[in-house]
Design a protein around this ligand. Structure first.
Ligand code: AHR
Length: 648
């Protein structure tokens, strides 16, 4: 009794700092005998934005940085990530050039002025972090666009070199002529090298013009050309996401209207895509563009949720810009045309573009997001209905995902309701305590109005405690997954040393490593174990009172039934440092098979994974004897899924 008094009076801080000697008894009663709410099959998804080098230098498998000499950094230095190579007497003067480019969308190229009667000279690319990572025996596809205006024609020499100059692979491409031409070769390194350079030289003096210098691993995710880095894509696929929200995020509306993400710039031949300044301060090649996003969705069985800008710029970035009058029409047309690109017949303009890129069949786009986390302005309130009405008029089959605006106060939700959007997208990055205190947020949420998409959220940290706060919140969402139909953690990817978002990210990586956070493991566990019916339940202390401290759950619980598989996924989250003894009772579910499996992730509150100990916090599975009633010892600071079978 003393212990119970302690539970009721302690703050969460007190609870989590004072480990109790004896496990607290908790009763979990699961009512298969009561009708449960349906669970949205789309509940767990991902949000992908090119922040923290998530696309270029990340998921997009291209190894050459600044391949098209268009680099948009703060100073737009065309030769960023390149250095001059001069050997055995030949010299090279590189300069950015724009006369007679290979394509209007790719206006800058490099001209090499080569001087000397012997030796070779040219350029070397340095990759994203001091070198290009190479694997022994793997195939790499090299390509370059080139022409020569002065000097005797001569082949280009291509080499993969270690930092000390050792050549790990070599090829030649035929001598460039006077017109732009794409030249290709394949290379196979003789050993692993984490910091290689791609060296392109020529032994004939004169003037050479080069553009779109690319080195791509053949072994991409699902073997797609112009595809995705395999290990990162696989880590994402392992989440089994049911939706992919892309391409942002703030990059959608950009720093200003000229910087917004326009999907038409990102499709077609990669050499003819118009790159852009990334709102997060680096260069976007758009090599990973709308086609590649939709193909990835198809490859992992996820529904695409593209987010389009609605003619207003990012509210965080002054001056706020708005497209008005005639100038608004192209923004609306982009939305309409996207449906044609994704779903239109091959005979249509944009359906043809898709088919020419290798996908004549429609992608089956079902949803479009209009705007990202917009600020509550008069301009947005005026513009948004124009977009929603135009899309609905031309494509009533497409579900509109609106934006509730910034934060849990959902300032634009009323507008979304008024505009009858099918879904409204809300975002919040809050402390773990907020997620624990608000796990009941949707219990009383009115079921009228748009369905809810929690399209960006994170508990601002990658420790176990942050992950458990998110897990506890998700149990509340599962309880309301008839109305909250989609979720996505944010941001998804972060390259070590190249982050703009430092609070928390789901997956950290560099060229050599992919480090999964405890938050990732929660997403994976929850996304991989979701039934179609939520089973009503009560979670009480020994005296029958709810197992809460204030609003904070001492044990957050979510049982869902996968009817066709005959499985119950019972999620239990203990966000405190107290061990619990849970008496679990199933009612109205027939016989439960005695052999179940428990997958548990537990540890110290601040424990996290890092490059030295990437698997320090990770789930562990083991068999568990269960029945219609059983007792389960819930470790402190833990999340677990008990995977049970019902007997048919
Ligand atoms: O996820 C990082 C950023 O957070 C997104 O770009 C934006 O939508 C939100 O403010």
């Amino acid at each position: 009794m003393k212990h119970l008094t302690f539970l009721f009076t302690a703050t969460l801080a007190g609870l989590i700092s004072a480990a109790a000697a004896d496990p607290t008894p908790v009763h979990v009663t699961i009512h298969g005998d009561q009708p449960g709410k349906p669970v949205s099959p789309l509940l767990y998804g991902i949000f992908f934005e090119d922040i923290n080098y998530a696309a270029d230098g990340g998921l997009y498998a291209e190894l050459v940085q600044n391949r098209s000499f268009e680099y948009y950094g703060p100073k737009q230095p065309s030769l960023f990530a390149w250095e001059t190579v001069e050997r055995q007497g030949m010299t090279c003067k590189p300069k950015a050039n724009i006369a007679q480019p290979m394509h209007v969308n790719n206006p800058t190229y490099v001209t090499l002025i080569l001087t000397g009667t012997s030796g070779e000279a040219g350029l070397a690319n340095l990759g994203y972090d001091g070198g290009l990572p190479l694997k022994q025996g793997a195939t790499y596809d090299f390509s370059i666009h080139a022409r020569r205006t002065k000097g005797e024609p001569a082949p280009l020499r291509v080499a993969l070199e270690a930092p000390d100059g050792t050549v790990l692979g070599r090829a030649e491409v035929p001598a460039p002529g006077t017109a732009w031409k794409k030249l290709t070769a394949t290379l196979t390194p003789t050993r692993d090298e984490p910091l290689a350079r791609l060296v392109v030289t020529c032994a004939s003096p004169g003037e050479l013009h080069l553009d779109m210098v690319s080195l791509f691993p053949r072994d991409t995710f699902k073997g797609r050309p112009n595809g995705l880095r395999k290990d990162l894509a696989q880590a994402i696929a392992d989440l089994q996401p049911k939706t992919v929200r892309f391409p942002g995020g703030c990059i959608v509306h950009g720093n200003g209207l000229a910087n917004a993400y326009r999907w038409k710039d990102t499709v077609g031949d990669v050499a003819q895509r118009r790159p852009n300044n990334n709102r997060w301060g680096y260069h976007q090649t758009y090599g990973l563009g709308y086609f590649e996003y939709m193909q990835f969705c198809e490859d992992i069985g996820a529904t695409p949720v593209p987010i389009l800008p609605v003619g207003v710029s990012c509210g965080f970035h002054a001056p706020f810009q708005v497209a008005v009058g005639e100038a608004l029409q192209p923004w609306i047309q982009d939305v309409i045309d996207l449906v044609e690109f994704a779903n239109g017949p091959v005979s249509s303009k944009w359906g043809r573009v898709r088919a020419d890129m290798g996908h004549p069949a429609p992608f089956g786009l079902k949803m479009i997001g209009l705007g990202n986390e917009e600020h509550d302005t008069e301009a947005f309130r005026r513009i948004f209905p124009l977009f929603a009405d135009a899309l609905r008029a031309q494509h009533p089959e497409i579900q509109i995902v609106g934006t509730s605006g910034l934060g849990e106060g959902v300032p634009l939700f009323d507008l979304m309701k008024q505009c009858r959007t099918a879904i409204s997208d809300e975002h919040y990055y809050n402390k773990p305590e907020w997620f624990l205190e608000n796990h009941q947020r949707f219990d009383t949420w009115p079921r009228t109005g748009p369905k809810i998409y929690v399209g960006e959220y994170a508990a601002r940290g990658n420790s176990l405690f942050n992950a458990l706060a998110e897990a506890a919140y998700l149990t509340g969402i599962e309880r309301n997954a008839d109305h909250v139909i989609m979720t996505a953690y944010a941001p998804l990817l972060a390259r070590y040393k190249f982050t703009q978002w430092n609070q928390a990210n789901l997956i950290h990586f560099n060229d050599a490593q992919v480090v999964l956070t405890p938050n990732y493991h929660v997403q994976r566990l929850f996304g991989n174990h979701l039934g179609n019916r939520y089973l009503p339940n009560t979670v009480t202390l020994a005296d029958g009172s709810p197992a809460l401290s204030g609003n904070i759950p001492l044990l957050a619980v979510s049982p869902t039934l996968a009817e066709s598989a005959g499985r119950i996924y019972l999620k239990l989250v203990n966000p405190t440092e107290n061990p619990l003894s849970a008496r679990i009772e199933f009612k109205g579910l027939g016989k439960i098979q005695t052999q179940a499996e428990a997958t548990v992730m537990a540890g110290a509150r601040e424990a996290a994974n890092n490059q030295k100990q990437p698997d320090f916090i990770a789930p562990v599975s083991s068999p568990l004897a269960v029945g219609s009633t059983f007792t389960y010892a819930v470790p402190p600071m833990s999340v677990q899924i008990i995977n049970l079978r019902t007997e048919k």
